[in-house]
Design a protein. Sequence first.
Length: 278
Amino acid sequence: MDDLFPPFAPDPNEPRPRRFKPVPFRMIAPNMITLMALCLGLTAIRLAFEGKFEPAVISVVAAGVLDGIDGRVARLLKGTSRFGAELDSLADFVNFGCAPALILYGFVLFHLKSLGWIIALIFAIAMGLRLARFNAMLDDPSRPEWKKDFFVGMPAPAGALTAMLPLYLHFLGLTFDAWAAPAVLVYVLCIALLVVSTVPTFSGKTMGKRVPRGLVLPIFLLGVAAFGILISYPFEALVAVSATYLVTIPVGAAQYRRRHKAAQATGDDRAVSATDGG
């Protein structure tokens, strides 16, 4: 019997098995924030199925806040990675594509039966296409530096938050019954088209890198006031922010055209810096 099961003796000439290096916490922290945002998006879908639309909307909004934090934390800790970028895109598709589409369908679009479901599908797929295009543009080395101040089309978090404007109005007392379903359908379709469009929208990523010393305290006070308003009057604040964002889209497009013409006039796109007065 001993011949059937000879003792294992490793070959001393074989290379030692590769040991995985420990991952630093700075690489883990941003991904944990992304995963928390993903959990919020999935929870919003569950709440929508249960008819609890108010906490579902709050979950999506909270996911949007975390989405704005994870990338900045990664850059601050120097923990950016390809894995984190892919995970962030997956979370954005669920949080800002699938969750709002299902919430809107369960809220009012179900009155239109299959047509309402088609619009929900269009919104979710439009968000996926927008995220794929965004990832592809990140790898474009020929993109001028000043164009990084602008998104191509409406960004995913803004598209999700503005698409849920009818829900904010409903929470403030405006009734959305079957009669309002066609209007909501047209509105959601317009947001989906803006998401996949080539309309330039201001990104604001370069804002605040250098703040004049005299404006520091006023900015602190405005930040506290904005936070207090959001906590005390959340849906009024979301209505105001959504409406203001939609109104300022033409302003961003006009600014983009102006800077594009200035870059063409100099013959070098990089001649227009990101801080030329905007």
